[in-house]
Design a protein around this ligand. Sequence first.
Ligand code: SAM
Length: 199
Amino acid sequence: MAETILVPRMLDAYHQFLEERVKPGAIAIDGTAGNGYDTVFLANLVGETGHVWAFDIQQAAIDATKSRVQAAGFEKRVTLCLQSHSEMISVIPSHLAGSVSGIVFNLGYLPGSDKKVTTLVPTSLEAIRQSLLLLSQDGILTVAIYPGHQEGTMEGNALIDQIPTLEAAGLLIRIFKVPEPKSPAPYLITYERKKNEKR
Ligand SMILES: C[S@@+](CC[C@H](N)C(=O)[O-])C[C@H]1O[C@@H](n2cnc3c(N)ncnc32)[C@H](O)[C@@H]1O
């Protein structure tokens, strides 16, 4: 079963993993653009010669991300998609399959908006399945899960349930948690390829 590792801050942990893997010229995906913080973080890492695709189903999220990307001067290196992440495989050019260095999901709802629009188990699972097809040999997929709401609890359970199957197929999966949380705290699942993984 996936190793569970305690970290002081989840945000620092996944940013560090992305910094290690996403280098100038790389391709990256933000599966949940939201307010654009992760999109800009990735766009900074890929540099002028790389590219980031960012997905969100809410116009407000795409608008917020666009403003943040423009403010950073990163328009040319980011493609914003008002589309579900469960359709990413049809959007990302097919020649990039197996070449994506960093993929980020921050599941849940857009902070400060209608909490009814949230990521859902079936589409999240499908998006993660597609992400694993796109991920490069040295890449990393990070999924932040928020069990403080019902759908977040269900997403976390569904992702944990499929870990044994994915590990059997050769993926290295780790879970990162903060120590002694006071309430259901967010946690992170990371997915990487092991050598000789079956695809
Ligand atoms: C927690 S927020 C993401 C925060 C974001 N990473 C940031 O840096 O601000 C989750 C986002 O997922 C979006 N979302 C929900 N279902 C989605 C789907 N099927 N495809 C893409 N985005 C989705 C929501 O609209 C919301 O903006």
